[in-house]
Design a protein around this ligand. Structure first.
Ligand SMILES: Cc1ncc(COP(=O)(O)O)c(C=O)c1O
Length: 338
C-alpha cells in the first residue's frame, strides 16, 4: 500500500497496491479482466527474458485534473510504442484493446494512490519473454508475461525545476544504433556505466550522448534546443527513443508559432550555441528539465545565464497545463480514468 509521501520518496520507489496481469502464448493472451493485489512473480530460472533480454516496458502518467478527475496522458501513443517495442523483441504482440483495458484498469484500481498535482500516478507496463529455454539465444520466446505496475510519483529530478548539468559524451554510445528506439532494459544498463562514471568524475546529473558528434539523447530523456523562434531536436531514426513528450512538445511549439527543425545536431553546434540558445531534456518522468551547463572536452559551458530560460519555461507550462486539465486539449491527448 502506497501510504508514504511520493514527494519525499525517490521517484519509482512507491507502488500502487493493485496490478493487472496477462499471460501470452501462441494462441493469444489470457487476462482475468480485473486488477489483482500486487505480489511477487514467479519465474523459471531459465526464462528467456532473464538470459536473452526479451523484455521491454513503457512509462506513462495519469494526472489529477483541476476538476478532481484523473486522466492518462497520451494513452494511445504509449500503447502504440509498447506494441512496437514488443514486436521488435519478437514477443507476442497484444492487441491494442487488451492493452487499453489493462492500462486503464490498473489506473482505476489505484486511483486512490494518484497524488495531487504536480505529482502523478506513473504506469509501468512491462513485458517478459517466459519460455524456459536456455538454448534459445537465436529463437524468440513464444510465451510472455505482461503486467501493468503503478507508482505514485513526485519529481524525477530531486529538487524540482533546477538547471541540470550534463556531460557531452562523444565517444561511448548510449546503445547500439538499431536498438535505440526500443524501451528495453538493455539500453538503460548500457548507459548506466558511462553515466555513473560521468557523475563520479564531473559531478554531472546526466550524460548527453553525441557519439561521433551525432547528438541523440541522454540515458532517459530527449534533447532540445530552443530560442524565441526555433525549436531544434534530433530527427527520428532507430538510434534513440521516440519520446511521446518529444512529440507533444513539437506539436505544442508548432501551435505556439515556433519553427521546428528535426535534424542532425552535431555536438559542435551545441557548443557554439551555448551562449544564445536554451537547452532542455524531455520525458514522461522528467517533463521538461532545463539544462544549465555542459561539460565537454573544451571545458564547462554555461547555457545562457545558467538558469531556466523563458522559452523552456513557456513550453513546460504549456505541457503541464494540458496534462493537468488547466488548458484545452485540442489534440485529444487526455483519456479520463473511469
Ligand atoms: C531513453 C529515453 N529517451 C527518451 C525518453 C522520453 O520518452 P517519453 O517522452 O515518451 O517519456 C525516455 C523515457 O522516459 C527514455 O527512457
Amino acid at each position: 500500500m502506497a501510504t508514504a509521501d511520493p514527494f519525499s520518496e525517490p521517484f519509482g520507489t512507491l507502488f500502487g497496491d493493485q496490478i493487472t496481469v496477462a499471460h501470452g502464448s501462441p494462441t493469444g493472451y489470457t487476462y482475468s479482466g480485473a486488477a489483482q493485489p500486487i505480489a511477487d512473480i514467479s519465474l523459471h530460472p531459465g526464462s528467456h527474458a532473464l538470459h536473452y533480454g526479451s523484455t521491454c516496458f513503457e512509462g506513462l502518467k495519469a494526472h489529477t485534473q483541476l476538476d478532481g478527475s484523473v486522466a492518462i496522458f497520451r494513452l494511445n501513443d504509449h500503447i502504440a510504442r509498447f506494441r512496437i517495442s514488443i514486436g521488435l523483441l519478437r514477443l507476442p504482440v497484444p492487441d491494442t484493446d487488451l492493452l487499453r483495458d489493462m492500462f486503464m484498469q490498473a489506473a482505476v484500481a489505484n486511483l486512490e494512490h494518484t497524488p495531487p498535482q504536480p505529482g502523478s500516478l506513473y504506469l509501468r507496463p512491462t513485458m517478459l519473454g517466459m519460455d524456459p529455454n536456455i538454448g534459445a539465444a537465436a529463437a524468440p520466446s513464444e510465451t510472455s508475461l505482461l503486467y501493468v505496475l503503478t507508482s505514485p510519483v513526485g519529481d524525477y529530478f530531486a529538487g524540482g525545476i533546477r538547471p541540470l548539468s550534463l556531460l557531452l559524451e562523444t565517444k561511448t554510445p548510449r546503445t547500439t544504433p538499431h536498438f535505440g528506439s526500443i524501451k528495453s532494459g538493455a539500453n538503460y544498463v548500457m548507459a548506466l556505466g558511462p553515466t555513473l562514471d560521468a557523475k563520479a568524475a564531473h559531478g554531472v546529473d546526466q550524460v548527453l550522448f553525441a557519439t561521433s558528434g551525432d547528438t541523440t539523447e541522454t540515458g532517459a530523456a530527449n534533447f532540445f534546443m530552443v530560442d524565441d523562434h526555433r525549436l531544434i531536436t534530433r530527427h527520428l531514426d532507430d538510434s534513440f527513443l521516440h519520446g511521446v513528450t518529444r512529440s507533444s512538445i513539437i506539436t505544442m511549439a508548432t501551435d505556439l508559432g515556433y519553427t521546428i527543425e528535426e535534424r542532425s545536431i552535431p555536438a559542435s553546434e551545441i557548443l557554439e550555441r551555448t551562449g544564445d540558445t536554451e537547452m532542455f531534456l524531455s520525458g514522461t518522468a522528467a517533463i521538461i528539465a532545463p539544462i544549465g551547463s555542459l561539460i565537454s572536452e573544451s571545458g564547462t559551458s554555461k547555457i545562457g545565464d545558467g538558469q531556466p530560460g523563458p522559452n523552456t519555461l513557456k513550453l513546460r507550462q504549456a505541457l503541464v497545463d494540458v496534462q493537468s486539465g488547466a488548458a484545452a486539449d485540442p489534440h485529444n491527448w487526455r483519456t479520463t480514468v473511469e
